[in-house]
Design a protein around this ligand. Structure first.
Ligand SMILES: *[C@@H]1O[C@H](CO)[C@@H](O)[C@H](O)[C@H]1NC(C)=O
Ligand SMILES: *[C@@H]1O[C@H](CO)[C@@H](O)[C@H](O)[C@H]1NC(C)=O
Ligand SMILES: *[C@@H]1O[C@H](CO)[C@@H](O)[C@H](O)[C@H]1NC(C)=O
Ligand SMILES: *[C@@H]1O[C@H](CO)[C@@H](O)[C@H](O)[C@H]1NC(C)=O
Ligand SMILES: *[C@@H]1O[C@H](CO)[C@@H](O)[C@H](O)[C@H]1NC(C)=O
Ligand SMILES: *[C@@H]1O[C@H](CO)[C@@H](O)[C@H](O)[C@H]1NC(C)=O
Ligand SMILES: *[C@@H]1O[C@H](CO)[C@@H](O)[C@H](O)[C@H]1NC(C)=O
Ligand SMILES: *[C@@H]1O[C@H](CO)[C@@H](O)[C@H](O)[C@H]1NC(C)=O
Ligand SMILES: [Zn+2]
Length: 686
């Protein structure tokens, strides 16, 4: 039955999508002129709340020009379960008043030629949105939009089965942002000694009993960013690049898009558990903020911190009253000023709601385990593990003090200290109701973007060390058996190691072709020198980290999607790499090799558009390591959304009735303000 329904939907979509674009799309999830959001092929947890938006497009000009640009305002929509009788949306969801008709206009470019010629296609839209509904009965549903007297768009939705029992009390979800199996392999080579091909110690994640793979594609592009991939992992719904907790619509308002309920919203509403997020990024960054964010734009940092604390306040939605533990960087969104929502002091806003506020490691460790805890330790991202531990001089000149003082933040916790404290607070506050913690090693991704492999791998090893310590902590608390631990990533970057590089030889050569001969491949790659102790050098970072970060023979690494840059492969002791820069007299978005980056190395010309200053994400599936209750369900290869459904099933979040929805479905209130901020669907920066 289900399979047959899907086939019908697919063939319909295929026959109507002849004009859909590739580089740019009118609306990625809507190849026809009638849009159903959530679109075709979406899955739902029973009882998960979401909004439904219908849009009817009337392109005024361009190749799709239709009806003189006048959209059908008389469109109707129905829903039918498992081939049953179709009911109107209002009747099915028991909506007392039909939502108001909304209208707007947007434009897009049909391809790069249209973009260069500045000839956008203009589209007028009529739309309705049904807010805060839910489907409870597992099975297949067909939603049909009827418009332009006779045209239809259908969407097949599948409500997943309800888990029979709640198996896990707690979940800890580690996200190595941008982390791939290749990076884990390289990190192991750097930190763990091998004798005649046999490792003498292993990474903590190597000991996890179950490994799977997830496919990270976005809903409307095959390469994802961290926003919509986090959203898929947390909600079971894929979205568009830059969007979180919503299906991207075409309206200019960044906050009115149709929402989906996230794992922490469900957990809070259904079990009253505690939850927290820890990140080495600024806390408003995509991976931590997607737990609570509902927006088309990940860049609305200030408003998103308000959503994390106060929930969605202007549309009917799950009531939320903030995380129990929230640790990371990003003081810009808390200090009163241009980076915070409405210019307010969010340290004070959190304090008003009973939070302890910590701005350094000492104060974090002293914070009560019983009260909600906010810890913001610097502006922007936390300095990376390598600079905190091996090259601390690089921290001295920063002006990143979280209090806003013109000083550097010095008393910094790392991912491990933040994660262990979060476990204490969440365990105490969750009690019998359990907890959910997301802990993100953000700079694996950030430093891979900068082609700074040493800094990326240092942060990967810090995450592995954090996993090891979290397991010990759970054991000590008597919670290990009750806790599902997942270690995964949101997407990858092209990276691997293909040999070693003799930095001494390379530096002594004077042209690029000779420099390349410093690379040893196959047999000439030799053995890892990062694990060989050097007389007089001790970093004091202990087991499970390299004992030499600056050997003569380094890993030759990289591959893939880069701007123009220079490779030398040795560690950069003075800070994170800046591989490409602009040149005086040329355009401000035209990047060339940075003349100061590793002058001893050789130039590698880029493969990316010339306006990309850094490396970009890649297509690869990423690993999912699982340990604890339901671990066996994480083996195999599946979509990123399945990580959510597996966690949700283990936590017993699927619900057969709507007893927990208090306000029911409502037409939206507080409608209409166009923020005017470019919801340009064509040029998105990631
Ligand atoms: C569509 O019309 C707008 C003016 O309303 C114009 O700027 C644009 O170039 C036109 N696009 C095409 C593809 O003709
Ligand atoms: C809705 O709330 C967000 C903050 O969550 C705010 O940025 C936005 O402007 C509000 N929109 C409207 C239409 O009030
Ligand atoms: C840490 O924060 C506390 C409380 O704000 C402050 O009293 C203390 O001086 C800070 N310590 C350092 C090393 O900055
Ligand atoms: C928090 O709980 C841990 C036990 O996991 C304990 O060692 C620590 O002292 C507690 N911290 C405070 C401030 O109470
Ligand atoms: C920090 O600044 C001082 C002078 O302002 C400079 O001499 C020093 O090299 C800088 N250190 C780093 C690590 O950039
Ligand atoms: C380290 O990176 C910075 C930024 O790219 C660069 O200015 C500096 O020269 C680099 N150092 C080395 C040793 O390459
Ligand atoms: C890089 O590309 C430029 C042209 O953009 C060319 O002049 C140069 O020779 C190339 N260098 C290498 C190492 O391929
Ligand atoms: C959900 O709750 C509303 C109001 O309590 C009720 O009228 C409606 O029938 C319920 N719907 C389902 C599907 O249970
Ligand atoms: Zn990234």
């Amino acid at each position: 039955m289900l399979r047959k329904l899907n086939l019908i939907a697919v063939s319909l979509a295929a026959s109507l999508s002849a004009v859909s674009g590739q580089t740019f799309q009118r609306l990625g999830t809507c190849p026809t002129l009638g849009c159903v959001l959530p679109p075709d092929q979406q899955d739902f947890l029973p009882g998960q709340q979401f909004d439904i938006r219908f849009e009817v497009h009337a392109p005024k000009n361009g190749s799709e020009a239709f009806n003189n640009g006048v959209p059908d305002e008389q469109f109707t929509a129905t829903i039918a379960k498992d081939g049953g009788k179709a009911k109107s949306i209002a009747e099915y969801f028991d909506v007392s008043a039909e939502p108001a008709l909304e209208k707007w206009t947007f434009h897009w470019y049909e391809d790069l030629f249209a973009h260069d010629a500045k000839t956008p296609s203009v589209v007028n839209v009529a739309s309705k949105i049904y807010r805060r509904v839910a489907l409870y009965e597992p099975g297949a549903y067909i939603v049909t939009l009827n418009y332009y007297s006779g045209k239809t768009t259908t969407a097949t939705w599948v409500v997943r089965p309800i888990a029979k029992e709640k198996k896990a009390k707690n979940v800890i979800f580690f996200v190595g942002d941008g982390m791939t199996t290749n990076m884990i392999t390289a990190a192991r080579l750097l930190a763990h000694k091998s004798i005649n091909g046999k490792y003498q110690s292993l990474m903590a994640i190597d000991k996890f009993p179950v490994v799977g793979h997830h496919m990270s594609h976005s809903i409307d592009s095959f390469i994802t960013d961290s926003a919509n991939s986090a959203s898929a992992l947390y909600s079971g719904h894929k979205s568009t690049v830059n969007a979180m907790g919503v299906y991207a619509d075409s309206s200019p308002d960044l906050f009115d898009d149709p929402k989906v309920e996230t794992i922490v919203e469900l957990l809070k509403r259904i079990w009253g558990s505690s939850w927290g997020a820890v990140s080495t990024a600024f806390i408003a960054d995509a991976t931590p903020i997607a737990l609570t964010a509902h927006t088309r734009s990940r860049y609305a940092y200030g408003p998103l911190i308000d959503q994390a604390l106060n929930g969605v306040s202007n549309y009917s939605w799950t009531e939320m009253d903030g995380p129990d533990a929230y640790f990371g960087g990003g003081a810009e969104q808390f200090l009163p000023g241009s980076g915070s929502y409405l210019g307010k002091d969010y340290y004070a806003e959190f304090a008003k709601k009973g939070y302890s506020i910590s701005l350094n490691k000492t104060s974090l460790e002293k914070a009560s385990n019983k009260t909600k805890a906010l810890g913001i330790f610097c502006k922007s991202n936390l300095p990376v593990w390598l600079d905190r531990n091996i090259f601390p001089a690089n921290l001295k000149n920063l002006t990143n003090d979280p209090s806003g003082a013109k000083a550097s933040a010095t008393d910094l916790p790392g991912l491990k200290e933040m994660t262990l404290k979060a476990i204490d607070v969440l365990h105490e506050r969750g009690g019998d109701k359990g907890f959910f913690l997301m802990s993100e090693a953000a700079s694996i991704d950030k430093q891979m973007h900068a082609l700074d492999y040493d800094r990326a791998l240092g942060d990967l090893l810090e995450m592995d060390d954090t996993v090891r310590a979290a397991v010990e902590k759970l054991k000590a608390l008597g919670e290990l058996e009750n806790t599902l631990i997942i270690v995964s990533a949101d997407h990858g970057h092209g990276f691997d190691v293909f040999g070693s590089a003799d930095t001494k030889y390379m530096a002594a050569q004077d042209d690029d072709r000779h420099k390349r001969n410093a690379i040893g491949v196959y047999q000439n790659s030799g053995l890892s020198q990062y694990t060989v102790e050097q007389p007089g050098i001790s970093y004091g970072t202990g087991a499970n980290f390299p004992v030499n970060w600056d050997p003569r023979y380094v890993i030759a690494a990289g591959l893939g999607a880069n701007p123009d840059h220079r490779e030398y492969y040795g560690v950069n002791k003075t800070g994170s790499r800046v591989p490409a820069t602009t040149i005086k007299g040329k355009a401000s978005d035209d990047y060339y090799v940075n003349p100061n980056d590793h002058p001893e190395g050789f130039v590698v010309n880029g493969t990316l558009p010339t306006n990309e200053a850094q490396g970009v994400h890649s297509l690869t599936d990423v690993p999912v390591y699982a340990m604890g209750p339901c671990q066996e369900t994480f083996g195999g290869t599946y979509g990123n959304i399945d990580v959510f459904y597996k966690m949700a099933a283990c936590l017993g979040l699927g619900q057969p009735t709507n007893k927990t929805i208090t306000s029911g479905c409502q037409a939206e209130k507080g409608k209409g303000k166009d923020t005017g901020k470019g919801k340009d669907k064509n040029w998105v920066t990631i």
